[in-house]
Design a protein around this ligand. Structure first.
Ligand code: SF4
Ligand code: SF4
Ligand code: SF4
Length: 492
């Protein structure tokens, strides 16, 4: 037998420089066609590699720590199905949203984007805020009713935009959500009206939603880059005004490579010390809507933020303080909780072995104490997209997880001010979009036709653009009709 040769030498088989981890489905970042995608591991990092027949090969990083990525798989709990689905299975995931009967989880947290307009014009804006639509009260009430029909006992609604605080009916919308018994109401805001409008703040304080507060760092340059202007003083003023009103806020920081990855420790420290702040959500920038030029091989991932916190917090946090969230797909989000009392700061994962309760794959035998099922339930509540920082519910779950004999010494109404939540959410974009994750998504956007569309599908697959076009046309038509009605009434 003749052995294959090249230039007179025997040909030698090459070793691949990566481990083939799994095959999934994704989309082409150019044309959004659904295509196969390989998840590969190279140099302890995880990448998505895929080929579109029309646009060729794409590769991007999805986790900068392969061990964390692979270990997270065990934090995956069985889903809970919603009471109703809104679409049929027809073209396959992610084209049937939703929710379609193939979806693997109910919606823990629903968003209503009440408008597309904003009082800022950030260079980084996944919602691509600008001209578009403004929902009517009737539309919002229908969507809230639909949320109740689908969920029975809905957990969290978040009013978002654009900028929801410039919608004239925001207070009525919050009230409408409360009237339907929705457990937690949040408002997602850049803080401008809170900082500048006394009457608005007065009205908001009466409704007292938890404020999901855009806060990207403590350097003016960070805001100049991400938001297009120096907003630091405005942000600090708005937070102080929330504290004066006794309101609770969660800081939401968009984290971008080369801009503020070195600020995660400072943001966390600031949040823990500020009287209005009950938690921080770090969100690596998702490259949809408006965003800066970026290198898909260098985008920020969850382990970058965890390592950043550990490196920048003077030894207060360790890697093990951060645990994947089992209600969604476990590579989507990690959480931690800290008990804070003056200078004392104890992360919950140091108080009990959380793996024993939230590892659903390798270890199903719960630890011995008789209340272990209650502890597991409490931890499932805390490690969920529906856990809202600054609420008595979260404080109660924290106390329950600590168990008898670990009394924290506060009534729930005060304990809630001592429990600090840290969440890191890696929303997907067309480079990282993974059908496996979105099929178990528990964060959905309610839309006026009664569907609820998983957040990352809404942003990446084309739903956002389609629904915005449709609502913008309907809004323009309605405006034209009311002009005619007005002209007819006034006889002109
Ligand atoms: S993301 Fe869920 S709702 Fe949407 S198509 Fe996939 S399985 Fe269905
Ligand atoms: S990111 Fe938020 S504040 Fe900035 S333009 Fe978009 S909607 Fe407005
Ligand atoms: S919104 Fe995106 S990142 Fe969050 S749970 Fe859903 S699929 Fe995962």
């Amino acid at each position: 037998m003749v052995k294959p040769k090249e230039n007179g030498k025997l040909r030698v088989k090459q070793e691949a420089d990566y481990i083939f981890h799994e095959l999934t489905r994704s989309i082409c970042p150019e044309c959004k066609t659904v295509i196969d995608a390989q998840i590969i591991i190279r140099d302890n990092k995880v990448y998505m590699r895929k080929r579109c027949p029309a646009h060729g090969w794409f590769e991007g990083i999805i986790s900068s720590d392969a061990q964390m990525y692979v270990d997270s798989v065990k934090f995956n709990k069985p889903g809970t199905l919603p009471l109703e689905f809104s679409t049929e299975v027809k073209d396959g995931c992610p084209l049937d949203c939703g929710l379609c009967p193939e979806h693997k989880q109910h919606i823990c947290l629903a968003l209503i984007e009440v408008n597309t307009a904003c009082n800022l014009n950030c260079p980084i804006c996944f919602a691509n805020a600008g001209v578009g639509f403004s929902l009517t009260m009737e539309q919002v009430e229908f969507m809230l009713d639909r949320f109740v029909e689908i969920e029975g006992d809905p957990e969290v609604i978040q009013f978002s935009g654009g900028e929801p605080t410039i919608h004239p009916d925001l207070m009525e919308m919050i009230q409408a959500a409360r009237d339907r018994g929705i457990q937690q109401v949040m408002v997602n805001t850049n803080g401008v009206r809170i900082a500048r409008d006394d009457k608005f703040l007065e009205d908001l304080a009466k409704q007292n939603p938890v404020i999901y507060f855009q806060f990207d760092g403590l350097r003016p340059e960070t805001y100049l880059t991400i938001r297009g202007e120096d907003l630091l003083d405005m942000k600090l003023k708005a937070l102080d005004r929330l504290a004066e009103k006794g309101m609770d806020a969660v800081l939401v920081a968009a984290i971008e490579r080369g801009v503020n990855t070195d600020e995660v420790g400072a943001i966390l420290k600031f949040g823990i010390e500020h009287p209005a702040v009950r938690g921080v959500v770090f969100q690596p920038v998702t490259h949809v809507g408006r965003h800066m030029d970026f290198n898909p091989m260098e985008r920020v991932t969850i382990p970058d933020v965890i390592h950043g916190i550990v490196d920048q917090s003077d030894g207060r946090f360790v890697l093990e303080d951060f645990v994947p969230v089992p209600c969604c797909f476990p590579t989507c989000q990690v959480n931690s909780y800290v008990f804070v009392d003056g200078d004392t700061m104890v992360p919950l994962p140091r108080m009990l072995d959380i793996d024993k309760y939230l590892d659903y794959i390798t270890n199903r035998a719960l630890p011995k104490p008789t209340n272990s099922e209650d502890v597991q339930k409490a931890l499932e509540g805390l490690w969920s997209a529906s856990a809202v920082a600054g609420t008595e519910q979260t404080a109660g779950q924290f106390q329950c997880a600590c168990g008898p004999g670990m009394e924290l010494g506060y009534e729930l109404s005060h304990l809630k001010d001592h429990i600090f939540q840290i969440a890191i959410k890696d929303f997907m974009d067309p480079w990282t979009f993974n059908v496996k994750q979105v099929m178990k998504c528990c964060v959905g956007i309610l839309v006026p036709d009664g569907r609820v569309i998983p957040f990352c599908a809404y942003n990446s697959v084309g739903y956002r653009e389609e629904i915005r076009d449709q609502l913008t046309k309907e809004g323009a038509l309605e405006k034209a009709r009311s002009k005619i009605r007005f002209a007819e009434r006034s006889g002109s």
